[in-house]
Design a protein around this ligand. Structure first.
Ligand code: HEM
Length: 165
């Protein structure tokens, strides 16, 4: 029974992680260059639809990754502080947890906040803040690149720790 539960939690954790880092990868490697090729009125309409959805989806899959990952960590460590903090595996997982929480806070405080501020301008009837919107787009875009690189570091930690660190 415990084995099946662990399998389900592992599946939920990896599926959420794929969606989290995958959504960042898709934004950086596909959407960013596609959107820059779209003419202004259509770009605005696309952003108006895209931002609220992305700003809901990404934090949800991030939370799911962290919650299922933490449950898996506790289960695999048998809830024993010696396994959780006293082994290389345990410390690597703890580092991953701290890095993931940091990535989550960075995503909300930097990337998502810039996108929300951009949305506010785009929703204005006759917005005259073109340069501000462009700067916010750049902030959000750069933040996504940093977040993706950050996510890859955590992924590396996961794979190395799972392989018997
Ligand atoms: C960006 C965030 C994360 C990503 C992309 C990620 C990804 C992954 C992947 C792909 C695996 C399977 C690795 C393999 O089988 O080679 C895994 C396993 C695991 N993850 Fe994460 N993870 C993330 C965050 C977390 C967090 C925050 C925790 C909480 C401590 C966590 C705990 C675990 C545990 C305990 C395993 C199983 C390790 C083992 O089998 O030895 N993960 N993760």
């Amino acid at each position: 029974m415990a084995d099946i539960l662990e399998l389900v939690v592992r599946y939920a954790h990896i599926a959420s992680a794929i969606l989290w880092i995958g959504s960042l990868g898709f934004s950086v490697m596909v959407l960013r260059s596609a959107i820059s090729r779209v003419a202004m009125p259509a770009r605005k309409d696309t952003m108006l639809q895209l931002i609220p959805l992305a700003n809901r989806f990404t934090p949800r899959v991030a939370i799911s990754t962290i919650v299922f990952g933490t449950i898996l960590y506790l289960m695999m460590g048998n809830f024993d502080p010696q396994n959780l903090f006293g082994t290389t595996w345990g410390r690597a997982m703890l580092a991953a947890l701290i890095l993931s929480l940091g990535l989550f806070v960075f995503g909300i405080g930097y990337v998502l906040r810039a996108a929300e501020r951009m949305l506010k301008h785009l929703n204005e009837e006759n917005c005259t803040h073109g340069p501000e919107v462009a700067a916010l787009q750049m902030t959000s875009s750069r933040g996504q690149v940093v977040a993706l690189a950050w996510g890859f570091v955590i992924l590396l930690l996961m794979v190395v720790a799972t392989g018997g660190l």
